[in-house]
Design a binder for this molecule. Structure first.
Ligand SMILES: Cc1ncc(COP(=O)(O)O)c(C=O)c1O
Length: 368
């Protein structure tokens, strides 16, 4: 039996009729770009996150990009973020001409270590981008406190964390702007690319709406330079069908994590993540602490179990950012995480039987 890291077909089967009907409706209405489904999604996501506004975009990358852009971040500015994330988090900072400044992670959570942020702040620092990695919100109380003290913006990279909560508030409602991805593998995934930015600030919402549409509020009246970053109607309609299921799906992911932890807790060379109900487990990521992560991964692949390494490289050592002149050893916790992490299969429909098979394969692993 093969166990994939993610099974989107299993999810589709449970909502097939509603999805197919939604797609047919969009096609019969020809509401392909913008239109009621996109407007409805913006309303639904804002309601879900508890924010006043949501601006639908064509990716999570653009949600981060337009967030920074709308905040006026650009050349000469510095933005603090985590070196243990998907490349887009730092890429958008650099794309705007600003400098990504990394701060090491907390090894227990994989998120930016808030206690190290203050020492990275300079006169040029304009914003912090905490990443809610794998579906766990970063330490937002402390991050927001520091941001307030130094007058910095906070942009949540919530691309992996839709539905995650922190002190009773949803991710996306914990900073100035929240950025979400609807990449198909995400907890709320479209059937193509998509993203959304959330905010309580009307001015920022208006700016992002303009930027996504060639800098115009009114068609053919372009006030500023922008981009084309619209979410299409088909994706919005699909997401509107899926959103009412999200809380249930996130709970099921959390349950999978609890079961994994129970099964893996006595394996000495595996360190399991902490589980709490606020964590939406976009990934279930363990550490392989015996120095043989890649061998373990290959062994599991032979047994039919698909795993992934998120991420094999810390951002500060990637070629594209070599101009920043970070050296190996600059962020030891992020570097160590890149050597040890292994993400196991997780999705809401993953059966107890499959989890047990993963456990059995791990227990039989010869690389211990
Ligand atoms: C942490 C993080 N940031 C940003 C992104 C970018 O999102 P997208 O792929 O929708 O552009 C992703 C998605 O992979 C992500 O996981």
């Amino acid at each position: 039996m093969k166990i994939p890291i993610l099974d989107l077909r299993a999810q589709y089967k449970t909502i097939k009729k509603d999805i197919n009907d939604a797609i047919k409706t969009v096609i019969s209405e020809t509401s392909f770009i913008g239109g009621i489904h996109v407007a409805e999604l913006e309303k639904n996501i804002a309601l879900f996150c508890g924010t006043k506004y949501a601006v639908a975009l064509n990716s999570g990358t653009d949600a981060l990009y337009l967030a920074l852009w709308a905040l006026g971040i650009g050349k000469g500015d510095e933005v603090i973020t985590s070196p243990f994330s998907f490349f887009a988090t730092a890429e958008v900072i650099a794309k705007l001409g600003a400098k990504p400044v990394f701060v090491d992670i907390d090894p227990a959570t994989f998120n930016i270590n808030p206690h190290l942020i203050e020492s990275a702040i300079t006169k040029k620092t304009k914003a912090i981008i905490p990443v809610h990695l794998f579906g766990l919100a970063a330490e937002m109380n402390l991050i927001n406190k520091i941001a307030k003290k130094y007058n910095l913006f906070v942009i949540e990279d919530a691309c992996q964390a839709i539905g995650a909560t922190y002190n009773g508030k949803k991710a996306g409602n914990l900073g100035d702007i929240g950025a979400f991805s609807f990449f198909p593998s995400k907890n709320l995934g479209a059937y193509g690319d998509g993203g959304i930015a959330t905010t309580n600030n009307e001015e920022l919402a208006i700016k992002m709406r303009m930027l996504r549409n060639h800098g115009s509020k009114i068609k053919y009246y372009n006030d500023v330079i922008g981009v084309s970053s619209r979410l299409d109607g088909l994706q919005a309609a699909i997401l509107n069908v899926k959103l009412p299921h999200l809380t249930k799906w996130n709970k099921l992911r959390n349950k999978v994590a609890i079961t994994y932890n129970k099964h893996l807790k006595n394996i000495s060379w595996i360190k399991t993540p902490e589980v709490n109900p606020n964590h939406v487990f976009h990934q279930y990521t363990v550490r392989i602490t015996n120095g043989m992560r890649d061998e373990v991964r290959k062994y599991l692949a032979v047994k039919g179990i698909q795993t992934m390494v998120y991420y094999p490289n810390p951002l500060h050592l990637l070629k594209a950012l070599s101009y920043l002149r970070y050296k190996k050893g600059a962020f030891p916790e992020a570097e160590k995480a890149c050597e040890e992490v292994l993400s196991l299969p997780i999705y809401p429909e993953l059966s107890q039987k499959s989890i047990l098979l993963v456990k059995k394969a791990i227990s039989s692993c010869v690389y211990k």
